[in-house]
Every structure is written in structure tokens, then in C-alpha cells.
Design a protein around this ligand. Structure first.
Ligand code: TYD
Ligand code: MG
Length: 455
């Protein structure tokens, strides 16, 4: 008889450890390790004969392969992020910080789909039906046929769902409140969350309903985060934003049925989330073009160009080790740009505190932002404001070369649409009419160029 094993699982990332440790080796979080039963909720086992799941030759699957059938919500920004609507029979995870607006977004999506004739069930484990109704009222969704249920036990939820007509869309808010009779650990632990999510995914595959699972991003280890189920679902979207700002970004990080680089942009208002179809206008809205240290980056998110202001502040440091603070960009990348500026342009920032901020709380992940960051740094150090009608993009290599980036034409078109006249960009991409643009091959030229065009 095998000895009953226990294992120790990180509640943040799901890494399994053989013994309890204070710090997770997987994600580096402290105090997130909890003892867990590895066998709970695992079916199959000895004595099973294969019935389903027999291998089939790929060539035997001939005939027309259809596109995955989708249900578009009509909320364009949401449909864009999901790749054209919810796919039938799929499970989708929407993660985000508590209070960011996940329930609001899903109630709006539920109402929109219900108006289009879909059968939608909203299962809330966090709020009572009356509370959900109150929110629906605020969102002008209370007159729709969305069905509400307040339930946390997976078996009860599945029993409820099997009553009546099959639903098209089931929303589970949230996975952290799910618990199953099959697992013994407390609700919110990795085992409970996994077992619950597994059951819901099975329901989606069997019935063809779309299941949307809400997962709170958790900072402490008491509750399992959405990352522990990311690998199980078909699509993972994160709802991001800064509490100090009104807009929210729905970012796709995994999608078995569509692209993963698309984002949906929303603005939180007193009547719920409003779609933002032109994000550049929003991000540049509060811009003060006359201040030194601000450069407009012409970026891309998936197929959509987005213009955003990069702000830098450089000041002589009173400290032995100067401060480096970055919001909205990669701090390792900033260190690299500082080193390249020092080595190739003679821009000395070793004795300066450097602060870098992407305006509006937006997060940039493209290397193409290098040039805008470098321009903002040089502009702040020189105390010269950059021209208000100029955008910057291009990747900078350690050798000081300025590398071309994709989608030059689209970036320039968006900039032009918003009234920008000039661009500083990699010269290799200057197949574009170059009347009012400055193409660069070497970063060396940037400092002079900034002083020239700003001065
Ligand atoms: P909620 O959807 O409950 O967040 P989550 O489900 O991600 O935890 O939204 C929380 C915040 O949104 C809350 O602080 C209030 C704000 N809000 C509005 O500003 N306008 C609205 O119409 C609604 C419904 C919420
Ligand atoms: Mg909520």
C-alpha cells in the first residue's frame, strides 16, 4: 500500500515543492507555500478501458474544417481582445486585481449577449443576487434576460446549469470562491480552484457553452491566483489599469483561437465601462508638450497603433548610488539605454537620479520604445523641450545601432492622423516619403539631433 503523499504547492504560481519552504523557487514570492493533497479530484486510474480518446490519423479528419464558431458580443473592444467573440465550447479566464472592473465588464457583456438573444447565466460567488442586480441596474442591464445565481459549490452550479435550456454563456465570478465536494482543502487553495475550474471546462466542452472564469490576482499566498489555471483554459485575458486613472486595458496573454497581441481599451465611468476606440487620443489627452523630458512614442499593440507619451526626469543625485525608478516600462531596458547613451553618445547620467514614466499608467513592452526613451532622457538632461509635432520609435542595440521595427507605415499614419508632422525613426525603414523625417542608423546622432530640433 502506497504511503499517502502530501506536497507543498505555491498558491501564486502552482510550483510544487517536496517540502515546505519560505520562498517559492518558481516565482520568488514569500509565504505562498501551502500543504496540499495531490490526488484530489484526479479521475481515471486502474481498470479503465479506452472508449473515448482513441487516436485518429490527422488525414482521416478530412472535409471542411470550419472556423471556431463564435458569439460576438457587439462590444467591439471586447471582441477585438478575444479575437472576434467568445468561442463556443471554450473556457476563458479573465484575471485582474480586485476592484479593477472584471464583474462590471462581464455584466455588460452578459447584457449585450442577452439582448442579442443568447441565454446567459451569471453565477456570482462573491456577491448576493440583490447586489449583482443593483450593479446591473447601474449599468442599464437590469431589463435583460440574464439569469443570476449566487452559488459557490461546483456540483450545485453544474446541477443548476443542467436545468432548463442549455446556456450559451456561463460566467463564474470568481474561481477563488469555487469549491468542490471532491477536494478536501479549503476554498481558494490551488486544489479547490483547479478541481472547480476543471469541472467547468468539462461542462464547456460537453455542452458547447462558453464558460468565462473570473480570477483575482492575489498578492499574498492565502488564495490561489489565476496563474495556477492559465494552462487549463483556452484563453487568458488580463484586465489591467491604474486605480488613479479611468481607463482599463483588456490584454490577451493566451488564446488558442486567435491572436495574443490584441488589446481592448475601456474607460470606467459612472455608468460602467465605455469603449475607447481611439486610445492614442486618450493617452495624449493630458499632454504638456512644452515640458522638457517628454517624447511621444509611436507604438503598436497587435494590429493597432497607439501613441503614448514617455516622460523622463533626470536630476543630479545627492546619493552615492543614484536612484532609478521606472513606471510602465522595463527597468532592465532603461539601464541598457542609459549605458548605451553613456558609451556611444557621451551622455553622462551616472551621477543623476533617473525617473521614467509612461503617461496615463499605460504599460509599454515593445523594444521600439527605446528611441523615445532615449530622446526623453536627453531632452530632460539638456533642459530642452522636444518639438510638439514629433514622434519617436526604433530599437537601440548595445552597439549603438538603431534597428528598424515592424509596422513603420502604420505608426506614421496614426501619428499623422493626430497632427504630428515629424518622426525620428530608424533610417532603414525610410522607404516612407522622408520629407519631414529624420532617419537614424546610429544612436550617436540622437543627442545632436535632439538639441538641434529642440533648440
Ligand atoms: P468591479 O467590477 O466590482 O471590480 P472586480 O469585479 O474586478 O473586483 O468594479 C469595481 C469598481 O468599479 C468599483 O470601485 C466601482 C467602479 N465602478 C464604476 O466606477 N462605475 C460603475 O458603473 C461600476 C459598476 C463600478
Ligand atoms: Mg467582482
Amino acid at each position: 500500500m502506497a504511503k499517502a503523499r502530501t506536497q507543498f504547492v505555491c498558491q501564486n504560481c502552482g510550483t510544487v515543492h517536496a517540502r515546505w519552504v519560505g520562498k517559492c523557487e518558481g516565482c520568488g514570492e514569500w509565504n505562498t507555500i501551502v500543504e496540499d493533497d495531490p490526488t484530489a479530484g484526479i479521475g481515471g486510474g486502474p481498470g479503465r478501458t479506452p472508449k473515448k480518446g482513441r487516436p485518429v490519423a490527422l488525414t482521416a479528419l478530412s472535409g471542411e474544417i470550419e472556423e471556431a464558431p463564435r458569439i460576438p458580443t457587439g462590444i467591439a473592444e471586447l471582441d477585438r481582445a478575444t479575437g472576434g467573440g467568445f468561442v463556443r465550447g471554450s473556457a476563458l479566464l479573465i484575471g485582474g486585481d480586485p476592484g479593477i472592473g472584471k464583474s462590471t465588464l462581464l455584466m455588460q457583456a452578459a447584457a449585450a449577449l442577452s439582448r442579442l438573444g443568447s441565454r446567459v447565466i451569471y453565477v456570482s460567488g462573491e456577491e448576493a443576487v440583490a447586489q449583482v442586480r443593483l450593479r446591473a441596474q447601474r449599468l442599464h442591464a437590469a431589463d435583460t434576460n440574464v439569469l443570476l445565481a449566487a452559488e459557490t459549490n461546483v456540483e450545485d452550479i453544474l446541477a443548476t446549469l443542467s436545468e432548463g435550456k442549455r446556456p450559451d454563456l456561463v460566467i463564474i465570478d470568481s474561481i477563488q470562491t469555487l469549491w468542490s465536494d471532491l477536494a478536501e482543502s479549503a476554498p481558494g487553495t490551488v486544489t479547490q480552484v483547479r478541481v472547480g475550474v476543471q469541472a467547468m471546462i468539462r461542462f464547456a466542452k460537453q455542452t458547447g457553452a462558453t464558460v468565462v472564469l473570473v480570477g483575482h490576482v492575489t498578492k499574498d499566498g492565502q488564495i490561489a491566483g489565476p496563474r495556477v489555471v492559465e494552462h487549463m483554459v483556452d484563453a487568458v485575458l488580463y484586465f489591467e489599469g491604474d486605480r488613479g486613472h479611468h481607463y482599463r486595458i483588456l490584454r490577451t496573454v493566451k488564446n488558442r483561437f486567435g491572436p495574443t497581441d490584441e488589446i481592448g481599451v475601456f474607460e470606467m465611468s459612472d455608468k460602467g465601462l465605455r469603449e475607447v476606440s481611439n486610445p492614442s487620443e486618450l493617452f495624449l489627452g493630458e499632454r504638456n508638450a512644452k515640458a522638457p523630458g517628454a517624447a511621444v512614442f509611436a507604438g503598436m499593440e497587435g494590429t493597432r497603433p497607439i501613441l503614448v507619451e514617455i516622460q523622463a526626469l533626470v536630476a543630479p543625485s545627492p546619493l552615492g548610488t543614484p536612484r532609478r525608478a521606472v513606471v510602465g516600462w522595463d527597468s532592465a531596458r532603461l539601464s541598457m539605454i542609459l549605458a548605451v547613451l553613456e558609451a556611444h553618445c557621451g551622455v553622462r547620467l551616472a551621477q543623476h537620479d533617473v525617473y521614467l514614466n509612461v503617461a496615463g499608467g499605460y504599460r509599454v513592452s515593445e523594444p521600439a520604445a527605446d528611441m523615445a526613451v532615449a530622446a526623453a532622457l536627453v531632452s530632460s538632461l539638456a533642459g530642452l523641450a522636444l518639438p510638439a509635432d514629433c514622434v519617436y520609435f526604433g530599437e537601440i542595440s548595445l552597439s549603438g545601432a538603431v534597428r528598424p521595427v515592424a509596422h513603420t507605415a502604420q505608426r506614421l499614419k496614426e501619428a499623422e492622423k493626430l497632427g504630428f508632422q515629424r518622426a525620428v525613426l530608424p533610417s532603414a525603414s525610410a522607404e516612407i516619403p522622408a520629407s519631414r523625417q529624420a532617419g537614424l542608423t546610429e544612436i550617436e546622432a540622437l543627442a545632436d539631433l535632439v538639441v538641434k530640433i529642440a533648440g
